[in-house]
Design a protein around this ligand. Structure first.
Ligand code: SAM
Length: 242
C-alpha cells in the first residue's frame, strides 16, 4: 500500500477504507457475487426500479466503484441519460471505467472524489445515489448534506446499504454467517481476511433503518421512505430535495 504518503491528519477510518478497497478492487465484483450469492445484483436492480429514472436524466452515483448502479441506471433510463460516478478510490474507478469501455458504454464520467466534499455545483443532478458506500464514509452527516446540495430541487436521493435484519432468529444466522463465513471467503478468494473483517464490523456499526431515516431528515431530505430487502439484510432509503 501507500501508507507512507498519507498525511497525519487523515483519520484511521479513512485510511482503513482506502486500504480495503485498494486491496480488493480487482476482485471486488467476483467477491460480491461470492458473498451474497448474487443477491446484491437483485438489490441494486430493486433500487433502480424504485428510482424509475426518466430519459435524458443525469445521475450522480457516489461511491460508485465499479459501476454496477451506473450501468443499471443507464439501461433503465434510456436515451440521453448520463451518469457521473464519483469514488474516493482511483483503483475502483479504473476497474469501472474499463468495464464501461468493454461494454461500449459512453454516457459516463468517472471522477475521483470524496462524498464529504463533492466537486460539483449546487443543484446539478436529477438523482443522486450511493450503494454500499455511506457506511464507509467518515462523517456521514456531511456526506448527506453534500449529496442534497448537488441535487436539483425536485431531485431524488436513494441510498442502498446493509441494515438491520427485522426477522427474529434470522438475525442470529446472519451474524454467524457474517462473522465466520465472510472473512473466510475473503481470505480464500481475495487473499485478504482482514479487509472483509472490516466490512463485517462496519455493517454491524451502521445505524438501523429508523435511525438512518432520521439522519436523512436532519440533512434536509423530505418525504423520507424506507424499503427493506431480504428481511432487512439491506435497505433502500429514499428522500427528496424539494
Ligand atoms: N457502489 C458500488 C457497488 O455497489 O458495487 C461500490 C460499493 S463499495 C462496497 C464501497 C465504495 O465506496 C468503494 O469503491 C470505496 O472506494 C468508496 N468510498 C469509500 N469512502 C468513500 C468516500 N468518502 N467518498 C467516496 N467514495 C468512498
Amino acid at each position: 500500500t501507500h501508507f507512507g504518503f498519507e498525511t497525519v491528519a487523515e483519520n484511521d477510518k479513512a485510511r482503513r477504507v482506502r486500504g480495503v478497497f485498494d486491496a480488493v478492487a480487482k476482485r471486488y465484483d467476483v467477491m460480491n457475487d461470492f458473498m451474497s450469492g448474487g443477491v446484491h445484483r437483485l438489490w441494486k436492480t430493486a433500487m433502480i426500479d424504485w428510482l424509475n429514472p426518466g430519459p435524458g436524466s443525469h445521475l450522480l452515483d457516489v461511491a460508485g466503484g465499479t459501476g454496477d448502479i451506473a450501468f443499471r441506471f443507464l439501461d433503465k433510463a434510456g436515451a440521453g441519460a448520463h451518469v457521473t460516478v464519483a469514488d474516493i478510490n482511483a483503483e475502483m474507478i479504473m476497474v469501472g471505467r474499463d468495464r464501461a469501455l468493454d461494454q461500449g458504454r459512453l454516457a459516463l464520467d468517472w471522477t475521483v472524489g470524496d462524498a464529504e466534499k463533492l466537486a460539483f455545483k449546487d443543484r446539478t443532478f436529477d438523482y443522486v445515489t450511493i450503494a454500499f458506500g455511506i457506511r464507509n464514509v467518515t462523517r456521514i452527516p456531511e456526506a448527506l448534506k453534500e449529496m442534497r446540495r448537488v441535487l436539483k430541487p425536485g431531485g431524488r436521493f436513494m441510498c442502498l446499504e446493509f441494515s438491520k435484519v427485522v426477522v427474529p432468529g434470522l438475525d442470529k444466522i446472519y451474524e454467524e454467517y457474517s462473522f465466520r463465513v465472510i472473512p473466510r471467503i475473503g481470505s480464500m478468494v481475495a487473499g485478504n481476511a482482514d479487509a472483509y473483517r472490516y466490512l463485517v464490523e462496519s455493517i454491524r456499526k451502521f445505524p438501523d433503518q429508523e435511525t438512518f431515516a432520521g439522519m436523512l431528515r436532519t440533512a434536509g431530505f423530505e418525504q423520507v421512505q424506507v424499503r427493506n430487502l431480504t428481511a432487512g439484510v439491506a435497505a433502500i432509503h429514499s428522500g427528496w430535495r424539494l
